[in-house]
Design a protein around this ligand. Sequence first.
Ligand SMILES: Nc1ncnc2c1ncn2[C@@H]1O[C@H](COP(=O)(O)OP(=O)(O)OP(=O)(O)O)[C@@H](O)[C@H]1O
Length: 125
Amino acid sequence: MINIQKFLKSVPFAWEGIITLFKSENNAKIHLLAVVVVVISGFLIGFSEAEWLAIILTMSGVLALEAVNTAIEALVDLASPAFHPLAKKAKDVAAGAVLLFVFGALVVAGIILWNHFSYIISSIL
Ligand SMILES: Nc1ncnc2c1ncn2[C@@H]1O[C@H](COP(=O)(O)OP(=O)(O)OP(=O)(O)O)[C@@H](O)[C@H]1O
């Protein structure tokens, strides 16, 4: 049986997690700034519907992975405050997951921006 009340009760906690992420994590602030810049560029350049879909999916993916990485960091710090090779592995691999997705997001944004700028340049020349 689906419990809607339980779901609705969990939403404020999830929102609290999002606020904590952007208040405490420097990388999350940088990613949020990048999202704001891309969204403003999108309105100025005039992204197509398909481009917005790709951008929204990749940007939300980066932010969501950053949130998972922050949660893993907190758990590792709780479980292993002292140095441990497995703690290092967990933190480094979680950070690597964010980096992998950021590379993908940069390629997506690069292709979209290149298409628009090459069109603008070719229409000027
Ligand atoms: N308990 C630990 N045991 C082993 N290595 C650790 C441990 N804590 C951190 N490290 C290593 O140091 C690196 C940096 O960790 P640190 O905690 O300073 O920053 P972070 O976890 O990346 O998070 P933050 O965003 O808060 O800076 C990790 O990626 C990992 O390689």
